[in-house]
Design a protein around this ligand. Structure first.
Ligand code: NAP
Ligand code: HSE
Length: 433
């Protein structure tokens, strides 16, 4: 009889419960892959009296991290709680006590990754984090290992399941933004603080991690320009559809010479393309490598079992020693990795504009005149015959030809200061391929 590996789990919420479920329900299958049984020895939570959807061994629950960190029979710990503190201190405590750690906490890695990885190296321990980016999609392994022979040219991804779920509910059922967000929370997709999902923070933190894996640089996530979906409304989705597009929260990193151009924001993607057809809590990542060409990954990016799938795979990799090899031999999140300064490159692309204009003669000419003065050529204009007034305004929707985004930003700031515009205009990128 082979001795089982005894693991600890910190956090028994959406993800932690899924991990326990998978380890119990697929025990034989997992044991075959790990070469030995994996059993949950101890669990640390915030409230030991909470009713749980999964059963853990009697007496195994505690609120004290030392319950796990000081147990010499436990060698691997899944840290499955969110936020920065006390998650950071707990990871430090676990590493210092000789535990290998598996985590899904991307906020923690994006904020404190280099220091935690340096500590893990000093302690000769490892940190595995497949579940931290794109849920069940094995994108960390794909970029870090399977595509290692490639110079990556670009990554474009839908990396936040909650935002994608909200946008899809709004476009498919006409759900309101707030109802769709509530449903995402009910389904366990959203962060404890869902503003991190909808304001683009979560996707930006994931992009920083992917960019590190792909380009070997550590870009502080807060320096990456980001916009969320929280400023969108259902009318914008309808106008986009009328033009043959959907709106998705897209994270982009492009290599431009020796620099990276990175951003996260809502963008129009053409109906029928893979990003536009990524629905609900699904995520998608499109990568271009110099040898492999374009690759596309698609799968559930949030939710209990898809995320548990990635966590358990990491636990197995750690148990069999694969994580330690990768960790030792690559400079993952090493503080020695040089940082790069992003150039806020002047992207050349098409833009979608919605400008709420006063309904009176000469307004259209004035707006198009300002755009023309900035070298922006118009591809199409929509102005429905809705009753407006000089005071309330009516939406004017403009699709531009390819033009410099800096010119569009300058033109919009001038347009928004004119006396014919009501409220702030919306300007979104259009990703045609
Ligand atoms: P969750 O449902 O809110 O569960 C969090 C768990 O952490 C709960 O069991 C909670 O204990 C425990 N916890 C909170 N504070 C604690 C403390 N001070 N000490 C000990 N335990 C504490 O969160 P989740 O959705 O499972 O997410 C966990 C992590 O996975 C987050 O970093 C998240 O970003 C990441 N993630 C989530 C998903 C997803 O789809 N949900 C996908 C990928 C990654 P109680 O149960 O006692 O309250
Ligand atoms: N809140 C995250 C999302 C969970 O919606 O994508 C997966 O990381």
């Amino acid at each position: 009889m082979i001795e089982p590996i005894r693991i600890g789990i910190v956090g028994l919420g959406t993800v932690g419960s899924g991990v326990v479920r998978l380890l119990v329900e697929s025990a034989n299958h997992i044991s075959r892959h790990a070469g030995r049984p994996i059993v949950v020895q101890k669990v640390v939570v915030q409230d030991v009296n909470k009713v749980r959807s999964v059963q853990v061994p009697g007496g195994s629950l505690s609120t004290d991290i030392r319950h796990i960190s000081l147990d010499p029979s436990i060698s691997v710990v899944a840290l499955l709680m969110g936020g920065l503190e006390p998650a950071r201190s707990m990871m430090v405590e676990l590493l210092k006590n000789g535990k290998d750690v598996v985590t899904a906490n991307k906020a923690l890695l994006a904020e404190h990754g280099p220091e935690l990885f340096a500590l893990a190296r000093r302690q000769e321990r490892s940190i595995a984090f497949e579940a931290a980016v794109a849920g069940g999609i094995p994108i960390v392994a794909a970029i870090g290992e399977c595509l290692a022979a490639n110079r990556i040219e670009s990554i474009r991804g839908i990396l936040n399941g909650t935002s994608n779920f909200i946008l899809t509910r709004m476009e498919e059922d006409g759900s309101s933004y707030s109802d769709a967000l509530k449903l995402a929370q009910k389904n366990g997709f959203a962060e404890a603080d869902p503003s991190m999902d909808v304001d683009g923070t979560d996707a930006t933190q994931k992009l920083a991690i992917l960019a590190h894996l792909a380009f070997g640089v550590w870009v502080p996530w807060a320096e990456i320009p980001r916009t969320g979906i929280d400023g969108l409304d259902i009318d914008l989705l309808k106008y986009a559809e009328e033009l043959g597009y959907r709106i998705r929260l897209v994270a982009v990193v492009n290599r431009a010479a020796d620099k990276l151009a990175m951003r996260v924001g809502p963008a129009l993607v053409k109906i029928g393309t893979p990003l536009a057809e990524t629905r609900g809590a699904y995520n998608a990542v499109s990568i271009v490598g110099d040898a492999v060409g374009r690759m596309f990954f698609h799968g559930l990016g949030a939710g209990q079992m898809p995320t548990a799938s990635a966590v358990v795979a990491d636990i197995i990799d750690t148990v069999v020693g694969r994580t330690a090899i990768t960790f030792r031999t690559t400079g993952l999140l090493s503080v020695d990795t040089p940082t790069t300064h992003m150039n806020e490159t002047d992207t050349i692309e098409r833009h979608f504009l919605r400008i709420n204009v006063s309904d009176k003669p000469g307004v259209l000419a004035r707006i198009t005149g300002i755009l023309g003065n900035h070298g922006i050529s118009i591809a199409s204009v929509i102005q429905h015959d809705v009753s407006g007034s000089p005071d309330t305004g009516v939406p004017l929707v403009i699709m531009t030809h390819q033009c410099a985004s800096i010119a569009v930003r300058q033109a919009i700031s001038i347009i928004d200061q004119t006396d014919v515009v009501r409220g702030r205009s919306v300007c979104l990128s259009v990703l045609d391929e």
